[in-house]
Design a protein around this ligand. Sequence first.
Ligand code: IMP
Ligand code: MG
Length: 178
Amino acid sequence: MNHDIERILYSEVQIAEAVKKLGEQITRDYTGKTPVLLCILKGSSVFHADLMRAIDLPVEADFLIAKSYGMSSQSSGKLKILKEPEIDIKNRDIIIVEDILDTAVTLSALLHTLSLREPASLKTAVFLDKNLGIKKPVSADYKCFDAENEFLVGYGLDYAERYRNLPYVGVLRREIYN
Ligand code: IMP
Ligand code: MG
């Protein structure tokens, strides 16, 4: 285990199981369709790659980079898309693939922006849903785990761009970021 990690929350095996189950659920729900798995870079890259391979349907992959402002209590912050998806979203079945739902400000703004482009359907698949003890502006349609309210890294999640490559999700030691 990496020395900067206090404890492992989800092991590589637990993650593989949860992603496989989620892939099967999406396969059932989208039978006969060709969903677009829209990866929100960079945190979701690892989850996106695994989830895609757990879905037994034709899928298309695309990528988006977004930055949200006004991270306050308001339900829908302003969103700037720094990298647009290539696929035309209109009339497509879009599944937004997110690494972690914290305040959900980012996802809520993204849902608003993308819904204006008139997709056939718009759903969200989230790897971790953090329990903040508050009601979030949006909830995930699909998720792998409900997570504790701690700073987590690994499986795509970073601290200052590091730790994304850890195959598990762990709690980062406080000394690292304090
Ligand atoms: P939200 O808009 O507050 O839901 O923020 C979600 C984004 O914040 C995620 O996509 C992550 O990039 C980042 N984030 C939130 N919590 C964590 C964490 O525990 N570890 C790493 N990144 C996090
Ligand atoms: Mg992110």
